[in-house]
Design a protein around this ligand. Structure first.
Ligand SMILES: N[C@@H](CC(=O)c1ccccc1NC=O)C(=O)O
Ligand SMILES: [Zn+2]
Ligand SMILES: [Zn+2]
Length: 209
């Protein structure tokens, strides 16, 4: 039987968000009662909260918004690599390059246990050299369980700019705790939000046919 893993964070009021960002909120705009037959919610969310895809507009003013992004990178075969041994930053030597051969989508697991309860400022970033080499080998999408490709304090966003140079796409905040390393089909489509620099995704992995 084909297996499927939900690799998305639950979105709720306490989901950890980038420091200084407003919390995720779901409001009950209408409530079932006399004269009202339905419950209707409305949400407020930082676009980089939870499991999300960065649009190129996040790191370049002339970059595509979420609505303008091609969906191909976000759906198709991928390889999940365990890089829990990486310290501080995922470096070229932390990657099993044989496992990457031929892959168009690469997901990196850095966490032993995903920090669902609180924001982790010490997440494991990715060296721009890793991104450049992935891009050169034909990878179209890089995903990570960390909150960002670059360290929280980075002002240069070297890894994001290496992604831009290779015209790759990015997924961040994936939950990879329960998935063994290997090859899967990935589905993680950004919403068609006009002008958005990022979008929530519902990310899943399933066994390849
Ligand atoms: N680069 C991060 C997001 C990021 O940098 C950020 C997100 C929200 C508020 C501020 C941010 N960066 C500030 O320097 C990301 O890719 O999700
Ligand atoms: Zn982001
Ligand atoms: Zn990012």
């Amino acid at each position: 039987m084909s297996r499927m893993w939900d690799i998305s964070q639950p979105l709720h009021a306490a989901v950890p968000v980038w420091p200084g960002e407003p919390p995720f909120a779901l409001h009950r705009h209408a409530v079932i009662g006399e004269g009202c037959p339905v419950n209707v919610g409305a949400m407020v969310t930082p676009l980089h909260a939870g499991t999300h895809g960065d649009a190129p507009l996040h790191y370049a003013n002339d970059g595509a918004s979420s609505a303008e992004c091609d969906l191909e990178p976000y759906i198709g075969p991928c390889v999940l690599l365990d890089v829990r041994h990486a310290r501080g930053r995922v470096e070229v030597d932390d990657i099993d390059w044989d496992a990457v051969a031929g892959a168009e989508r690469v997901l990196l697991r850095t966490y032993e246990n995903f920090p669902h309860e609180s924001w982790d400022s010490d997440f494991t970033a990715i060296a721009s050299e890793v991104i450049a080499r992935l891009g050169a080998t034909g990878v179209r999408l890089i995903g990570t369980d960390a909150a960002s490709l670059d360290p929280e304090q980075s002002k240069t966003l070297d890894a994001h700019h290496a992604v831009k140079a290779a015209d790759m796409r990015i997924l961040e905040g994936l939950v990879l705790d329960d998935v063994p390393p290997g090859r899967y089909e990935l589905v993680a489509l950004p919403l068609r939000i006009v002008g958005a620099d990022a979008s929530p995704v519902r990310a899943i992995l399933r066994d390849l046919p």
